[in-house]
Design a protein around this ligand. Sequence first.
Ligand SMILES: C[S@@+](CC[C@H](N)C(=O)[O-])C[C@H]1O[C@@H](n2cnc3c(N)ncnc32)[C@H](O)[C@@H]1O
Length: 214
Amino acid sequence: MDHRELLAEGLVSLGLEYREEELEALLAYIRELLFWNRRFNLIRSQESELVRRHIIDALAAVPIIRRSVDRKARFADVGSGAGIPGIPLAIFLPEAELLLIERSGKRAGFLRSALVAAGLARRSEVIHSDVRSCGVEADAVVMRAFKPLPEALPLVLPLMRPGGSLFAFHGRRETIQKELEDPLVREFHWILHSLPPGPEGEERHLLQGSYNST
Ligand SMILES: C[S@@+](CC[C@H](N)C(=O)[O-])C[C@H]1O[C@@H](n2cnc3c(N)ncnc32)[C@H](O)[C@@H]1O
């Protein structure tokens, strides 16, 4: 199957309706990623796994995010790397604003090109910075394969606007339970969503967190 067919199959399996322009934007992003990947090794998994392991995984969160975040919200993808989950999500959240925070210069360079390729340049920005010093605020923070929650929360909390949400892509429930025992993690209110399993049947979850500082 080619990328178009894999994307169409994955979107149908998620029950996510799509328009041709969204599929084209994803394909343009994939082309840019594969082009840069030859030089910079942006994604570790096989090219054949890119769609199912990374892009469909990110898009599985779209229905949950659409239900719980304002459609004009500003999102920050922390430790965006190759643009996952921020870029696929922004393609399916057409009124959202997107900030991609990435400290690696070569990845930030790729991300700038990818935003143009995917037609997102008008409502998105790459922040080439360590998250500790990025100085931005967002209504929703998304992160995937960034750091375990006890390490990540002190870094992302200063970015979150009052009443904001955090969406952390996660794997096994057992690992999540351990992270939820941490004192700072326990100060958040969490909703645990099960996502469809990965290509090898791996457990996938989305943790939705909110923080009440009062
Ligand atoms: C394992 S990659 C995950 C990338 C992507 N989110 C994904 O799911 O494929 C982690 C990324 O976070 C970035 N990163 C790690 N610590 C960071 C920090 N303190 N500030 C900004 N970016 C950071 C790394 O440069 C790397 O690109």
